[in-house]
Design a protein around this ligand. Structure first.
Ligand code: ASP
Length: 344
């Protein structure tokens, strides 16, 4: 790490900076100075750290895409002034926000590292201190050529640096809250931080391009035994819905007889974008394996390959904001844009 690295530490809210409300005992965010007091170690790096705090600070269950637009604009505005960005964010929707920023920030050459914690920094057994300190070190790290070591949108949590659009929150109470079941960690923090350089994306030589036009008219339909035609019909033919993510069984399978395939076919024929993502935490969609998957393929459903649902949603928001024509969106869905999928 060079002595002249500079980081912008952005605080949006989340458990890391929460304290107990004395009357209700519920956790609420407190101000940023409290975090810096609780984690004085971050000031020990030879890194200049400036801070930016959102107002109001929020529990990340209250995140909506307007926060992503604000974050993307802030990073764009400050891009040339800093070597990296650390975003403190609640864990509940962190995988969504990290996925969204990965697609909104095109041609990234600097790190954008999300982190947070399961226990507030004021608690003796907090995980927030280690998460914050390592996130800052990673955001400031340079390779021997002086480029950012990790020019990607990532989540750092519980000793692991993960590609943001590959993560899912897997535990509500373990310190290892996030996993990337379909992709190895980009780095692991032990005594040293060991970077997995073969899989970290290279910095883009192109100028940063920021996509803030999002089209959020997407619904998620999780298939389950006993699902009714009324529920499926209301989602697939929803007026404000341009795309539907089908969370299917196993390798991309869904009921293949009766009303279900008929409804899917009608929705696809009407021009809706239908994207197939497996509801299994790991593995990928391959609609050619079973007849029950093939019927979706034949109906015009697009494969999400090994995408998380969070990445699929974010990718659709951004692509639909970019392209008015659904066939352009469908074509781009099949491309690996930010390391979010491996295409067959
Ligand atoms: N509800 C909190 C949030 O997402 C949980 C956390 O930060 O861990 O803001």
């Amino acid at each position: 790490m060079t002595a002249d690295s500079s980081i912008l530490l952005i605080y949006t809210g989340g458990t890391i900076g929460m304290t107990e409300d004395p009357s209700s005992r519920a956790l609420r965010p407190f101000d940023f100075s409290g975090i810096m007091e609780a984690v004085p170690e971050v000031r020990k790096f030879a890194v200049k750290i400036d801070t930016f705090s959102f107002d109001p600070l929020i529990d990340s269950s209250d995140v909506d895409p307007s926060l992503w637009v604000s974050l993307a604009r802030l990073i764009k505005e400050k891009y040339d002034s800093y070597d990296g960005f650390v975003i403190l964010h609640g864990t509940d929707t962190m995988a969504y926000s990290a996925s969204a920023l990965s697609f909104m920030l095109e041609n990234l050459s600097k790190p954008v590292i999300f982190t947070g914690s399961q226990l507030p920094v004021g608690r003796p057994r907090t995980d927030g201190r280690e998460n914050l300190v390592s996130a800052v070190e990673i955001a400031a790290a340079k390779d021997p050529e002086g480029n950012a070591m990790v020019p990607e949108v990532c989540i750092f949590f519980n000793s692991m640096l993960m590609r943001g659009n590959r993560t899912t929150k897997m535990s509500s109470d373990a310190f290892s809250a996030f996993q990337t079941p379909n992709f190895p960690p980009l780095a692991e923090a032990g005594i040293n931080i060991r970077y997995n350089r073969d899989i970290i994306r290279r910095p883009s030589p192109e100028p940063l391009r920021v996509h803030t036009e999002l089209d959020t008219s997407v619904s998620i339909l999780k298939i389950h035994p006993g699902i009714t035609p009324e529920v499926v019909g209301s989602i697939l033919s929803g007026k404000g819905t341009r795309a539907v993510i089908l969370e299917t069984y196993g390798s991309g399978n869904a009921p293949s007889v009766g009303w279900f395939p008929r409804m899917v076919k009608e929705a696809a024929a009407s021009g809706k974008i239908l994207l197939n993502v497996t509801q299994c935490p790991s593995g990928r969609v391959d609609m050619n394996i079973y007849a029950t998957g093939r019927s979706l393929l034949e109906a015009g459903v697009v494969s999400g390959f090994d995408s998380t649902t969070e990445a699929a949603l974010a990718k659709l928001f951004v692509l639909m904001g970019m392209y008015p024509d659904n066939s352009d969106v469908k074509r781009s869905l099949g491309s690996n844009l930010r390391g979010e999928i491996i295409v067959d």
